[in-house]
Design a protein around this ligand. Structure first.
Ligand SMILES: Cc1cc2nc3c(=O)[nH]c(=O)nc-3n(C[C@H](O)[C@H](O)[C@H](O)COP(=O)(O)OP(=O)(O)OC[C@H]3O[C@@H](n4cnc5c(N)ncnc54)[C@H](O)[C@@H]3O)c2cc1C
Length: 401
């Protein structure tokens, strides 16, 4: 099943080319249908590539707008901007990621000390509950590294409101098994389903909706909790300013650190960066207190191999798989660098490691796309999406048709 996501940019581009003709009318009318593993042709299945920026959001949007007007492909373009919105929202409230990690640590303690909870959590993760659709999605996730968006919503809702398991354990289960596992999209989507993101409003999975959008493959009648209350959560932390990124002075002796959040470093070379050497950061051990699934680890590392192979002539000598701030500092010093350059890593495992580097200045340039979009994630998506035409207009290479 890993063949669904060959870990190369060439494969990502082929998928994009095949999907572009469907990005307008077909996507708008059929995107909510989950037709099962290997049958997800009505959506793009590009997220494992976009999440790691083996392919960027503007690149996908520009390809779609080269074929369709924004008015007819609006639904798809908006979905791509959901990723951007979630990232901007979390970037301005990084304490929410810390809060999730604390909640997860508490829930994980309970799993280890309460055998009843442990059994229920294990049954959910193994797809051994009484609910057939839920079991199916647990297996699909573990076997393929992907779930359709609607299945993610139903699964999260059943996890929280029918199985009554802590939402943080469900978010962690996703992060350990999704090829596109993403701190912002995953954490904030789980919070949204639970009713702590849009406070007081939860997402309730209904048998009729599941039956309709799986074309009758599943119909969990009378099995799902029907009117659950949203969970209580703390108020949102105060909003910080969105980051602006650092200015890059390419004349200083620099080393480059590549990480899972941006595997297309060409834009840094365009700014004149000529690294003395490059290292790749492996942040997978920071994703979860448990082991990340081996297929996810090997997917990420194959994507990184693809990136460093494509850019090999610009990177200088390559060191792979550094895992700590100390290891990066020691390596950078041994090269004789005066600064460490790294594409801005948004809130998450890579940023946590990079933020602990003290021995040398860390220069984190931010892509123009993020700098323009993130500050608009001040409130809900409804407000953010009004900025989409302006953000699309500012994209390099965009020619309206
Ligand atoms: C509980 C839950 C957890 C989720 N966890 C993740 C996650 O860890 N990582 C992740 O990338 N997405 C996550 N999503 C969002 C969404 O489900 C996936 O991005 C989408 O299903 C990816 O499939 P696709 O590429 O075929 O999407 P398409 O429908 O083809 O959409 C195109 C692109 O738009 C973006 N996108 C679409 N829907 C969303 C969305 N709701 N939020 C953010 N971006 C979106 C993705 O980059 C996607 O590749 C989660 C959603 C839910 C409800």
């Amino acid at each position: 099943m890993t063949d669904l996501f060959p870990p190369t940019r060439t494969a990502a581009l082929e998928k994009l080319t095949a999907f572009v003709p469907k990005a307008a009318r077909v996507y708008a009318s059929q995107r909510n249908y989950d037709l099962g593993p290997g049958q997800h042709d009505n959506v793009s299945t590009l997220s494992p590539y976009i999440r790691h920026r083996l392919m960027t959001e503007p690149e996908v949007i520009v390809a779609v707008l080269g074929r369709h007007a924004l008015s007819s492909s609006e639904k798809f373009v908006q979905e791509v901007f959901w990723r951007t919105y979630w990232k901007g929202w979390l970037e301005m409230r990084p304490a929410v990621w810390g809060g999730y990690q604390q909640g997860l640590a508490r829930a994980w303690d309970q799993v280890q000390t309460q055998s009843g909870l442990r059994g229920e959590w294990e049954a959910a993760c193994k797809g051994e509950t009484e609910i057939a659709c839920f079991n199916h999605w647990a297996h699909e996730l573990v076997n393929t590294g992907y779930l359709h968006n609607h299945a993610r919503m139903w699964f999260a809702s059943i996890w929280i409101f029918t199985l009554r398991l802590p939402w943080e354990l469900g978010a962690d289960f996703f992060l350990r098994h999704l090829y596109d596992g993403d701190p912002a999209s995953n954490t904030l989507s789980w919070r949204w389903v639970a009713g702590v993101q849009t406070q007081g409003k939860n997402y309730v999975a209904r048998a009729s909706n599941i039956s309709k959008y799986t074309e009758g493959r599943f119909s969990p009648l009378y099995q799902l909790t029907s009117n659950p209350e949203p969970l209580d959560g703390p108020p949102h932390p105060p909003r910080m300013d969105a980051p602006e990124g650092d200015r890059l002075d390419p004349s200083k002796p620099s080393v480059l650190v590549l990480h899972e959040d941006d595997m297309s470093p060409g834009w840094l070379f365009e700014q004149g960066l000529k690294p003395l050497a490059t290292a790749t950061l492996d942040a997978t051990a920071q994703i979860s207190p448990l082991h990340v699934a081996p297929n996810v680890t090997s997917f990420k590392s194959a994507l990184m191999d693809d990136c460093t192979t494509r850019w090999s002539t610009s990177l200088g000598p390559l060191t792979t798989g550094l895992t700590t701030a100390q290891a990066i500092e020691d390596w950078a010093r041994s090269i004789g660098a005066e600064q460490i350059v790294t594409p801005y890593a948004p809130v998450g495992p890579a940023a946590t490691i990079l933020n602990n580097i003290r021995a040398l200045p860390v220069i984190r340039p931010l892509r123009d796309f993020d700098r323009r979009a993130w500050p608009h994630a001040t409130a809900g998506f409804f407000k953010f999406k009004k900025k989409i035409p302006e953000l699309v207009g500012a994209m390099k290479g965009f020619q309206p048709v």
